[in-house]
Structures are given as structure tokens and as C-alpha cells.
Design a protein around this ligand. Structure first.
Ligand code: ATP
Ligand code: MG
Length: 389
């Protein structure tokens, strides 16, 4: 059996409601592990996941997608006896050495204070034993190339391959938000970031059928699946906005098209969010990245919604967003070259610093309420990225 030890993240800071956070983490992990063949247990505030060696890949894939843990490691488990602990340390050290590592330190922690040796003693004894057995490996406590951790709890846990967790808070501890998900690079990252703060996600995608191809829609569903695999699933509403776009074309000056379309999207997303019980809208806007994202135009865009609009990327530049998209696995899908509804419709000279009073006036002149409600009624809903039942 393979054992993984998980380290809780920020939830250790929550004193009063720590248990609530832990129980959500437990529920999420149990759901994500379903079908992988792995088993979850919790002892003295620590989560452990056990699986057969052939199920390691699937299990690790889950641990890499779990919000609420600061780290995890595949660990050896042995009795709390110095001999067994030293043997396990030597085995881990031999693996490090084979990987080309020349210096190491032992990082010992004794949660069980009845264990006779303190952490300093454990580190010294194990360190000496390793150096005695593996010529070529030396201790370096300041800048070691490898670290072997020893944790004395109800058993002894020994591991050298500690991995970073996603951190953040367990999904479902911060209510639910409605993500405006385009097929682009930014909005999937925005959804990921809100999910990392514990928010569950619904999403809405506006397409311009039949002007945007079906591939654009499939691409957005794929993005929802990827983000959903971190956020315990996404309910994605797909809304045909062609009638609204046509109305904008008919009634508004060309330069205002993009801002008015964004206003209508926010308006529609706000109604849907309220129907679904979502507490905020989430967009992938980044200040001044494009003409529609100047502070003046953002003010126009959000002026029709009463819910707060979260913009987790507002202070990030495109490079940073792209790096993050690559890390979370959405980038390659986002760059597939299918036109989205805005490209088909953007004016050559858009308004850059829209005046809010003018925006309101143009928006009212669209008389778009009925069109928006009809579009909402005809929405298609797709469930993406939910854990297996
Ligand atoms: P993205 O990479 O997320 O598409 P972007 O840099 O292309 O963002 P815009 O096209 O101005 O920026 O869109 C700003 C935000 O508005 C997007 O991040 C997204 O949240 C929302 N949005 C834009 N188009 C759509 C759409 N077709 N459906 C749903 N939301 C959209
Ligand atoms: Mg876009």
C-alpha cells in the first residue's frame, strides 16, 4: 500500500471554525477520490490517503487539484522505534543519492512528546546513520539539495519527496459565484483564482450562434471541465446572444458596441446569478489590458448589476496570466483559434473612456430586457468537471 500524508493549508489559521473547513476539505477529497481506488482517513488532524501502487497516478492527480492543502508527500510509515526510523531514512536517502543529490538535512518533528528522542536528537542520529552508510552524501543544514522529513505522530512518517499543494481554501467554504467564462485565456484563470479562495462556481458563456462555430462552444465546455476539476464541478449556462448583438448593431453607435455588449452580458449574468443563488459575478478583466477594460469602461460595464463583481486578475499583466493558465492547464485550450462573439462584432475605433451617463442612455435605448430574458429562458446548461458519482 502507498500512503500519502497531506498538510493542511491556511485552514490551520482558522481557530473558531476550523472544523467546518476541515469537514468541507474531507468531503471534497472523498468525492474527488471516488473511482480512483484510494481511501481517505484522518488521524489527529491529519489527512492520509492510501492506495494500491497501481493507483498512484490517479491519486496524485487528485492531490494536485485539491485546494486547502499546503503540501503532500508519499511517505513511508513505520513503528515509532529509532531502528525502524533510521532504516526508513536510509532508504529515502539512497533514493535521493541515486537522483544525484549530494547534500541533505533531516527535518524532524515530534508531535508525540512521549517519544524519548527530541527532534534534534532524531535529526542527529538519523543524519549520522545515513552518512555512515552512504559515502558521498553529506549533511548540509543551511542549503541542502534534499530534505528528509521525519514526523513522529501515532506512527512514524518518513518522506523526502514533499510536494507543494495548491494552498487556498477548500472549495465550498466561500459560497458560490457566477463566472463570465469566454473561450479566452483570462476568464478561466479568474475562475481558478476565486475557487482557490473557497468559492464554488457557476459559469455563463455567451455565444453568437450561428456566427460563432460549434468548436468555440466545445472549447469553452472543455475550459469549464478543466476549471471544474479543481472546483468540484461547474454548471455552465450557454446563452445565445445573437439577438442582443443584433439589437446593439441596429441602435447604438459603432464605437459603443463592445461596452454595450459587456453591459448586456453583465446584466444577463446578474439575473442568472440571482436565480442560482450566486453571491457575486467573476470576470477576467485586467485593468487597461484592452479598451473595454479601462476604469471608465469597467464602471459602465458593471453599472447594471447590483451583485459585487470580482476581478481577481485586475492587477496582473498578460504574461503573468499566461503563466498561470499554463500552470493550471487551460492555456493550450484557450489559444485554440475559434472566433468568439466579440471579435465578430468589435468596432475598429472603440470608446476608450466611456461616459457613464451616455452608456446608460444608449443601454436604455436598446430596450434589451425582453431579449435578455428570452435568451436566458433558452439557455442550455452543461455540467462540467464534477467528480465521478
Ligand atoms: P478572456 O481572455 O477571458 O476572454 P479578454 O482579455 O479577451 O478576456 P474581454 O474579451 O474584454 O477580455 O472580456 C473581458 C471579460 O468579460 C472576460 O474575461 C470574461 O469574464 C467576460 N467575457 C467576455 N466575452 C465573454 C463571453 N463570450 N461569454 C462570457 N463572458 C465573456
Ligand atoms: Mg475574450
Amino acid at each position: 500500500m502507498t500512503t500519502y500524508l497531506l498538510k493542511p493549508g491556511e485552514l490551520t489559521l482558522k481557530s473558531g471554525n476550523r472544523q467546518d473547513f476541515e469537514s468541507v476539505l474531507r468531503r471534497n477529497l472523498a468525492a474527488m477520490l471516488r473511482g480512483t481506488g484510494a481511501m481517505l482517513s484522518m488521524t489527529q488532524g491529519r489527512f492520509y490517503v492510501r492506495c494500491a501502487p497501481e493507483n498512484e497516478t490517479g491519486t496524485e492527480d487528485v492531490l494536485r487539484r485539491l485546494f486547502g492543502i499546503s503540501g503532500w508527500a508519499k511517505t513511508r510509515v513505520c513503528e515509532k522505534q529509532m531502528d525502524s526510523i533510521i532504516d526508513a531514512c536510509i532508504e529515502e536517502a539512497a533514493i535521493l543519492f541515486k537522483k544525484g543529490i549530494k547534500t541533505f538535512k533531516i527535518n524532524a518533528r515530534r508531535t508525540d512528546k512521549s517519544f524519548p528522542a527530541d527532534s534534534y536528537k532524531i535529526s542527529c542520529t538519523a543524519g549520522d546513520a545515513i552518512c555512515g552508510r552512504i559515502a558521498g552524501l553529506a549533511v548540509d543544514v543551511k542549503k541542502p539539495q534534499g530534505t528528509i522529513s521525519v514526523e513522529i505522530r501515532e506512527k512514524a512518517y518518513i518522506y523526502a519527496d514533499a510536494r507543494e499543494g495548491l494552498r487556498g481554501l477548500p472549495c465550498g467554504t466561500a459560497g458560490r459565484g457566477m463566472l463570465l467564462l469566454s473561450g479566452g485565456i483570462d476568464s478561466p484563470v479568474a475562475g481558478f483564482m476565486m475557487a482557490s479562495r473557497g468559492m464554488r462556481l457557476d459559469a455563463v458563456y455567451f455565444h453568437a450562434w450561428p456566427f460563432t462555430p460549434d468548436e468555440a462552444k466545445s472549447k469553452t465546455i472543455k475550459l469549464a471541465e478543466i476549471i471544474g476539476s479543481y472546483s468540484m464541478g461547474i454548471r455552465l449556462s450557454i446563452i445565445n446572444f445573437t439577438p442582443v448583438q443584433n439589437r446593439i448593431k441596429e441602435r447604438a453607435p459603432q464605437s459603443w458596441r463592445t461596452v454595450l455588449l459587456r453591459m448586456a452580458m453583465m446584466d444577463c449574468a446578474g439575473i442568472l446569478a440571482q436565480q442560482r443563488g450566486d453571491k457575486c459575478l467573476i470576470s477576467g478583466e485586467s485593468l487597461s489590458q484592452v479598451a473595454s477594460q479601462t476604469i471608465e469602461n469597467i464602471t459602465c460595464t458593471q453599472s447594471r448589476v447590483s451583485l459585487p463583481v470580482m476581478r481577481p486578475l485586475i492587477g496582473m499583466d498578460k504574461e503573468q496570466i499566461i503563466r498561470m493558465a499554463e500552470k493550471i492547464g487551460t492555456y493550450n485550450t484557450s489559444i485554440l483559434p475559434y472566433p468568439d462573439c466579440c471579435i465578430l462584432f468589435s468596432p475598429p475605433h472603440p470608446v476608450i473612456r466611456g461616459n457613464i451617463a451616455e452608456a446608460q442612455q444608449y443601454y436604455d435605448s436598446l430596450e434589451a430586457d425582453e431579449l435578455i430574458l428570452t435568451a436566458l429562458r433558452e439557455a442550455e446548461t452543461v455540467k462540467a468537471g464534477f467528480p465521478a458519482q
